[in-house]
Design a protein around this ligand. Structure first.
Ligand code: ATP
Length: 340
């Protein structure tokens, strides 16, 4: 449905997008995740035909955007970051205007307006002037203009920015519903948004793709490690002395991974609660993953500890995002899909 190959965009000396390649299949919701200035909007503007790439190609339904931008625009609904609304029009008047601009035939216009009002839950405000609407309803009006011509593809640039928590939940539900019958690209820097709405994620950093795939696939391929949480019954008394020396003891774990972020406290019931990060391969290589779990178990038994609770926390999308977008060593470490 969407094919991007070797896309590069330079604004004078600024290389905003650097050789990016990805594809999006039908009825997928792809989350574009990246920090400010990563290049998300630039890619979206190229896909929607508002900018030309400096190099590379972008195809929508097999049509190169540079060659036939009008045909491409017919297939795309676009909600830019700042929604171009006309405040002095009512919702119905505004959608009527967009329907004419979209060259929807006169006999089909009423139906198109009614369908987009219904899909975006705008019935109660349809006769109100847009400037009097809440931000959430303005955003719904923006979504309604994006879908009025029933495009198979929706491109939404940070659609929940500035909304209150209830409005965010409503708009996300709306997008998720639309994603069942349309291909959606959604740009955001809100991690929960990706987890709530997207089937695929593409993490973009400084103009390049840092990771791509399903959130759990990316976690599986990142060379990182796991955070472990243990509650131990200790033979030592008081338990605080066991907590104080547990770091030293853990170093002899023999799990092969590097131990960091250790935190151990004695609890009131005489047990010790410890958490630590064990670097290694989360994919279950010899140094970590299941191998580490076994090593921790053996270590505890050999020291006379009884494990009352043991929990392995996989990397969350948030951990991955921070790792990929904050250190250059981490960037490019994941290849849960295509890299460019
Ligand atoms: P944000 O989340 O802040 O919207 P973004 O990921 O959408 O960021 P872009 O808006 O695509 O990022 O910007 C990528 C880079 O390109 C930034 O360094 C930005 O300053 C630069 N840039 C964007 N548009 C232009 C322009 N028209 N002229 C010059 N530089 C631009």
């Amino acid at each position: 449905m969407i094919e991007v190959q070797g896309l590069t965009k330079k604004y004078g000396p600024v290389e905003a997008v650097k050789g990016v390649s990805f594809t999006v299949g039908q009825d997928q919701v792809l989350g574009f995740l990246g920090p400010n200035g990563a290049g998300k909007t630039t890619i979206m503007k190229i896909l929607t035909g508002y900018h030309y790439p400096t190099e590379g190609t972008a195809k929508i339904d097999g049509i190169p955007v540079q060659e036939d931008p009008v045909e491409v625009k017919k297939r795309i609904g676009y909600l830019p970051e700042s929604v171009p609304l006309y405040g002095d029009l009512t919702v119905t008047e505004y959608l009527g205007f967009i329907a004419r601009a979209r060259l929807i035939r006169a006999e089909d216009r009423k139906r198109a307006i009614e369908e987009s009002i219904a899909a975006c839950g705008l019935e109660q405000v349809r006769r109100k002037r847009i400037e009097t609407l809440s931000k959430g309803f303005k955003q719904r009006a923006g979504l309604a203009q994006a879908i009025i011509h029933d495009p198979p593809i929706l491109i939404l640039d940070e659609p929940t920015t500035g909304l209150d928590p209830n409005q965010i939940i409503e708009i996300r539900a709306l997008i998720k519903g639309l994603g069942k019958r349309k291909t959606v690209i959604l740009s955001t820097h809100i991690l929960q948004e990706v987890e709530a709405v997207c089937s695929q994620v593409l993490i973009i950093n400084a103009g390049s793709i840092a990771a791509q795939g399903k959130p759990e696939e990316i976690a599986g391929t990142l060379k990182g490690g796991d955070t472990w949480e243990l509650v131990l019954k200790t033979p030592d008394t008081p338990a605080s002395s066991a907590a104080a020396s547990i770091g030293e003891k853990l170093k002899s774990l023999g799990a092969g991974g590097e131990l960091s972020q250790l935190n151990a406290v004695a609890l009131d019931d005489g047990t010790v609660k410890a958490s630590f990060f064990l670097g290694g391969d989360t994919g279950g290589g010899p140094g970590a993953g299941n191998g580490a779990g076994e090593a921790i178990f053996d270590w505890a038994v050999s020291r006379g500890f009884k494990i009352l609770m043991m929990n392995r926390k996989k990397l969350s999308l948030e951990d991955i995002f921070v790792k990929l977008t904050s250190d250059t060593e981490g960037a490019g470490a994941a290849d849960g899909g295509r890299k460019s």
